[in-house]
Design a binder for this molecule. Structure first.
Ligand code: SAM
Length: 226
């Protein structure tokens, strides 16, 4: 759980270099994770999709490409981040806080949140709000970083997160402190069965996590009761 004021300020600071930093730090693998998520969503043939914490709109655009018939909307509480989405020609955007979404109950078939839930002030309240705006039987996809469970890899990745990633991101964005905070938040964020339980305790009937790239990231697919 995070301080909303700090998170907003941090993303305003890194917005202009966010996409470049992402691709460099993940060696482009983040694009594959978004594509994997989009392919899963395409199988559900949704009509109305909300990409919450859309930021630069990368996930929203990947979902729109995979589901051409769907109306994909992006929402975020950082206007500077959404300006980056506009620069990348994604314009269906709404300024909104994930904890108080300006949408009616059941407004969406699918809700995605990529690297966003981790940054919200209350994970349970955010998940309950996501459940509220999904229709009965609707699906939630949470994509985020996680810590690999394999012992050697776990230590290596934690070393990278704490010592290397903030330094490289600092060179790219000139905002090293923001990345020190973001990298630290990955270690504190629940993953695997713990995340499945969190999701199921907050408005969802089922939740199933899939580790991606040795568990560096995870994709959770959850369903609201029909
Ligand atoms: C790491 S970026 C993720 C951007 C994009 N989803 C992606 O796949 O790269 C996290 C985004 O979450 C947004 N965010 C954090 N807390 C939020 C909240 N409470 N409501 C709406 N957006 C929030 C931030 O403004 C930021 O744009």
């Amino acid at each position: 759980m995070q301080d909303a004021g700090y998170v907003r300020q941090a993303f305003a600071g890194i917005a202009r270099r966010y996409v470049v930093a992402n691709h460099v730090l993940s060696l482009g693998i983040d694009c594959l994770w978004r594509r994997t998520t989009s392919k899963r969503i395409a199988k559900l043939a949704p009509q109305r999709v909300l990409d919450l914490a859309t930021g630069s709109g990368d996930l929203a655009q990947a979902v729109q490409a995979a589901c051409p018939a769907a109306k994909v909307l992006g929402a975020d509480f950082s206007v500077p981040m959404m300006r980056e989405a506009q620069k990348r020609r994604f314009h269906r955007l709404v300024a909104a806080d994930g904890l108080r979404l300006p949408f009616q109950d059941g407004a969406f078939d699918v809700l995605t949140v990529g690297f966003g839930l981790r940054n919200m002030a209350s994970w349970p309240l955010a998940l309950q709000e996501m459940s509220r705006v999904l229709r009965p039987g609707g699906s939630l996809f949470v994509l985020d970083f996680s810590i690999p469970r394999l012992p050697g890899l776990r230590q290596l990745y934690l070393f990278y997160l704490k010592n290397i990633m903030p330094r490289i991101a600092g060179w790219i964005t000139c905002q090293r402190a923001a990345y020190e905070y973001l990298c630290g938040s990955i270690e504190r964020f629940p993953s695997g069965p713990e995340m499945e339980t969190l999701i199921q305790s907050n408005g969802f009937q089922t939740a199933h996590g899939t580790p991606l790239t040795f568990g560096i990231a995870s994709l959770y697919e959850a369903r609201k009761a029909g």
